[in-house]
Design a protein around this ligand. Structure first.
Ligand SMILES: [Ca+2]
Length: 119
C-alpha cells in the first residue's frame, strides 16, 4: 500500500464527516472554584446561624453558571463555567462579615439570616 494513500484515508473521512454534519461543534465545561477563606465566629450560635443560612441559600439558588458561545461560519464553540461550592462560601463570607475583619459576630450572623434565611 502506498504510504501517501494510507495517510489520506483519515483525512478523507474527516472531510466527509464535516461535509455531512455541516459544521464543527466543540463544547467544554470548566468548574471554577477557589480556596475556601478562613473565618472565625464570635460564638457557636453565630456559626450555626451562618451555616444554616448558607445551606438555605445554596439549596434555593442554582449553581452559578457562565456560558460563552462563539460561532464562525462552520465552527461553533461553547464554553461553560460552573461556580464551585467554595466560591459560594466565600461570597457568603463577604456578605455576612460586614466589617470584613474575619470574624462573624452574632449580630452579623443574625442580620445575614434575616436577609437570606428561610422565612
Ligand atoms: Ca465581622
Amino acid at each position: 500500500m502506498n504510504s501517501s494513500l494510507r495517510f489520506s484515508i483519515p483525512g478523507a473521512a474527516l472531510v466527509t464527516a464535516l461535509s455531512l454534519s455541516g459544521c464543527i461543534n466543540a463544547s467544554s465545561t470548566v468548574k471554577v472554584d477557589q480556596p475556601r477563606r478562613q473565618v472565625s465566629f464570635e460564638n457557636e450560635t453565630a456559626g450555626r446561624l451562618f451555616y444554616e443560612t448558607l445551606s438555605h441559600v445554596q439549596t434555593s439558588r442554582p449553581a452559578g453558571e457562565n456560558k460563552t458561545s462563539v460561532s464562525l461560519l462552520l465552527v461553533n464553540v461553547e464554553r461553560r463555567e460552573v461556580t464551585g461550592p467554595n466560591s459560594l462560601f466565600n461570597e457568603a463570607i463577604d456578605v455576612c462579615d460586614s466589617d470584613h475583619n474575619g470574624t462573624i459576630t452574632l449580630t452579623e450572623a443574625t442580620i445575614y439570616r434575616n436577609a437570606f434565611g428561610p422565612r
